[in-house]
Structure formats: structure tokens, C-alpha cells
Design a protein around this ligand. Sequence first.
Ligand SMILES: [Zn+2]
Ligand SMILES: [Zn+2]
Length: 78
Amino acid sequence: MTLKMMTNCKRCSQRIQEDEAAYICVEELTYCQSCAFALEHACSACGGELVRRPRHAITAANKVANRSGWSAYGMLPF
Ligand SMILES: [Zn+2]
Ligand SMILES: [Zn+2]
């Protein structure tokens, strides 16, 4: 069983690749970049603000950790 992260834009149903920019609202509806711009970053369903979905949260966290000289695991209190 493979769990693939497949996201489709709520507006145009276009497949959003994992490394592509995607925008989500508070209800976690996903939009592609062109639709987010077309909607002026407002969700067509709830009217909420669309924010950029982080692409690789773990990688980004590690990058910050490396830059400041400690590992991400060093953040754990045990
Ligand atoms: Zn779209
Ligand atoms: Zn919404």
C-alpha cells in the first residue's frame, strides 16, 4: 500500500505536483498557484485567505537547525 500525496486544485481540478506551489485556506482546500492569483488569494468556498503551503516542512526545519548549529533532534527535551 502506497500513500501518495496527490493534490488537485479545488477550482480547476488541475493536478498540483508535490514540488509545485500550492495554496490552502483555513478549511484546507487546495488551489494551484494560478487559481490563487485569479481569486486574489481568497478561497472561493469560504472566502478565507489562501496561504502558501510549505513544500518540505521537515527539510526547511533541518536547514534552520543546521544554520544555527544544532540538529533538529537536539530540540527534543529528552
Ligand atoms: Zn487551479
Ligand atoms: Zn476555504
